[in-house]
Design a protein around this ligand. Structure first.
Ligand SMILES: [Zn+2]
Length: 309
């Protein structure tokens, strides 16, 4: 975990920004909806009544550090559910920075927030159900960027770190991944080996697996879209031009091969089943965000070109 630096609210501002002590029962996740650093976000919070707002929160997290502004045993004003709301009165508030523009800097901040959340869950002996979002307490699109990229995707990141750190299952999780690659290879061999050549079922997604999956993709495009592509295992401009949009609800082998490549690139589509569901939607959006593509959740020609190369 990156460093946690304290810049705590002075007691003189308690009556305005943190009038009650609390026994926390949950975490409340926010996005800042601006492009300020964690340092600036906390400094903004520490302004007094003459030039600041009443809002307060426990942590701000950016791509480089975590800054703490409130002790965990005092309340903050962040959830919008009033002076008696569970969000304000029992929640540890975490602001994830750089959500306005998103991109790599935001994703790194989100990863740092995941580490902080795992640390808090372990300290209080809480489960994943204690991770809540601002939106659970009021009608507000917060944490907007995290929601856009997929809330389940965010929870899954926390879950996998929790499991790894509590049960020492790091090696098991690596095996799971390898099983996915083996499943992909077995599926390819079953369906395409007789026409396109066999690949090793070695549990690794190497160059030969990549090439043959692109060949399978091109042969599916020729069959389904009448594309007349050379089956050369290289996803070039002709393949890009011929590629048709995949979106939520799409099913079939082209979707399935796309899932294989999402796994290869470490974006979990939540299944190698040929069905474009909500897990694949989150994975596609994350992939688009990291690759500076338009984040629309539609796997079209430009996204495909990045994914298959
Ligand atoms: Zn919020």
């Amino acid at each position: 975990m990156v460093n946690i630096r304290k810049n705590l609210l002075p007691e003189s501002l308690y009556s305005w920004k943190s009038p009650y002590t609390m026994k926390p029962t949950r975490i409340v996740v926010h996005n800042t909806a601006n492009d300020a650093s964690a340092d600036s976000e906390i400094k903004y919070m520490l302004r007094d009544k003459s030039n600041g707002a009443q809002v307060s929160y426990h942590y701000a997290v950016d791509d480089k550090e975590i800054v703490q502004g409130l002790p965990e045993n005092r309340i903050g004003w962040h959830a919008g559910d009033g002076a008696n709301g569970k969000g304000n009165r029992e929640g540890i508030a975490i602001e994830i920075c750089y959500s306005k523009s998103g991109g790599d800097r935001f994703l790194k901040a989100e990863d740092n927030a995941v580490d902080l959340i795992v640390d808090i869950l372990k300290r209080y002996n809480w489960g994943i159900d204690k991770v809540t979002k601002h939106q659970d307490y009021m009608k507000k699109n917060c944490p907007h960027r995290t929601l856009e990229l997929g809330w389940d995707r965010f929870l899954n990141k926390i879950k996998s770190k929790l499991n790894n750190s509590t049960n020492n299952t790091v090696e098991d999780s690596r095996l799971d991944n390898n099983d996915i690659f083996k499943n992909i290879q077995v599926w390819y061999n079953t369906n395409y080996a007789s026409n396109l050549g066999r690949i090793d079922e070695d549990n690794k997604f190497g160059n030969d697996t990549k090439k043959h999956l692109i060949m399978a993709l091109q042969s599916e495009m020729n069959k389904q879209y009448k594309s007349k592509l050379n089956i050369d295992g290289i996803f070039g401009n002709a393949s890009k031009k011929a590629f048709l949009n995949l979106k939520i609800g799409t099913k079939g082998n082209i979707t399935r091969i796309s899932q294989a490549f999402l796994y290869k690139k470490n974006y979990d589509p939540n299944g190698f089943d040929g069905s474009f569901g909500s897990g694949m939607l989150s994975a596609v959006k994350s992939f688009q965000s990291s690759n500076k593509l338009n984040v629309d959740g539609i796997l079209g020609p430009s996204t495909a070109f990045k994914l298959f190369n």
